[in-house]
Design a protein around this ligand. Sequence first.
Ligand SMILES: CC(C)(COP(=O)(O)OP(=O)(O)OC[C@H]1O[C@@H](n2cnc3c(N)ncnc32)[C@H](O)[C@@H]1OP(=O)(O)O)[C@@H](O)C(=O)NCCC(=O)NCCS
Length: 462
Amino acid sequence: MDFGDTAHISFTLGRTGGEPPFFGESTATVTLILGASFNRNYHGPGKLQAQEWRESMMEVGVSPCASVEDLAAALNPIMHYFGGGFTDHDMARWSRTIEIPRMLAVRDNGDVVAGAGAFTFEMSVPGGTVPSAGVTVVGVLPTHRRRGILRAMMRAQLDDIHRRGEPVAWLWASEETIYRRFGYGLSSLSGDVEIPSAAGEFERRFESTGVTRIVTEEEAFEPFSTVYEAVRRGQPGMFSRTPDWWKLRRLADSDRARAGGGGVLNRVLLTVDGEPRGYALYRLHQSFESGISSGFLNVIEAIGSTLDATRAIWRFLLDVDWVVHIKASLLPIDHPLLFLLARPRLMKMRLADALWVRLVDVPRALAARTIAPAEPVVIEVSDHFCPWNEGRYRVAADGVERTSAAPDLALEVNALGSIYLGGFSFGQLARAGHIEERRPGAASRADALFPRDRAPWCPEVF
Ligand SMILES: CC(C)(COP(=O)(O)OP(=O)(O)OC[C@H]1O[C@@H](n2cnc3c(N)ncnc32)[C@H](O)[C@@H]1OP(=O)(O)O)[C@@H](O)C(=O)NCCC(=O)NCCS
């Protein structure tokens, strides 16, 4: 959750319309049986004496939140791992941005011991957008870990996402070992850079025709969201932001966000001929040694809607005085800076896993993205956690449909999640042993159907 500017795990985006809650009475609660003395999965009485097992059993339900109070309680488990300290301000911020019935809670004797949420996002995919669930704030108190509570929450959540008709779920993972078992596949990488100010020169001379201005929170909303919208529809991995998201998540400053020693949040607008074309959000972390600045500039988000705007906004950031280096996180791995800078090696780009994608409805998810005109392939999908997806699909530019034809490729649903946004290819996954080619050359044929023109990018942890 986003307490710092770049912390992994976060929140937001409540549906603003009047969508009906999907957890009706009959489906509201998934019940599992927990053995209090089990320290891991529930395996039944074989592991303990039957009497001992019965005594240690308790019933725990997974149910959606119904009120702001429920929401606060369900956030508490994940907050525990951030050090606690949930303020009224945080609560006001989140209760306006998270859709309350999409927050699940697990209770033990009335106390909430675990929670898991999902935001309602429109996700950009190659050639289009798709309704999706942005999974967030998953936490189980340390008193209740390794008893199958996460598994039960994932079950309830994916069933709910399926009922809502959202073909895709996605998340940022606190640990990359957790979510594969639930069908998520690594879908994008992101880069962190640290550019020495002295190495900020561009390879080619560049004169910006734009004007930069530091603006207030109120002034920022309209032009920043205009620029973001111009970019996000063509950029797989980005998601729609509501006005509340902008206000509460991106543009507002807070003491908590400054806790790491940063200064105030700066909002810089770039206009060209009076039109918004780019923006940057950044903080200065200032310090001095022997009278010389040893501080750095931390870029929280910098976006340009044209090449010139991208160049101009980065030129602005790289030219700010009194910093030793510029830090930026969550950059796409094909960021133009790699070609703009004269000395890209000095960026020292470090890669990390970024988005994890789970196809909840395989044919609908695939139909939402571009499939190029090329020879069709038949893909056999295994999906033990969402068995409704299992089967063979004929994938072609004119549609994706079930078939009984012999498969060209066989894979787990995770692999389709990895390929979905265009971050990885069938060939790459076949070479890693994550796709089985049943016919020679089938991975290349599949790649021809799934064109990739840019790396997926999500500029923000949710
Ligand atoms: C990670 C966390 C949610 C796991 O909850 P839990 O109730 O202990 O998990 P479960 O008992 O349901 O375990 C389900 C499976 O996940 C595995 N698992 C759980 N936590 C794991 C971890 N941190 N790393 C790797 N695997 C993990 C279990 O071994 C189990 O595997 P199996 O069923 O395939 O054998 C919990 O420990 C937690 O809240 N951690 C801190 C906050 C956090 O990281 N949240 C995730 C945010 S993205």
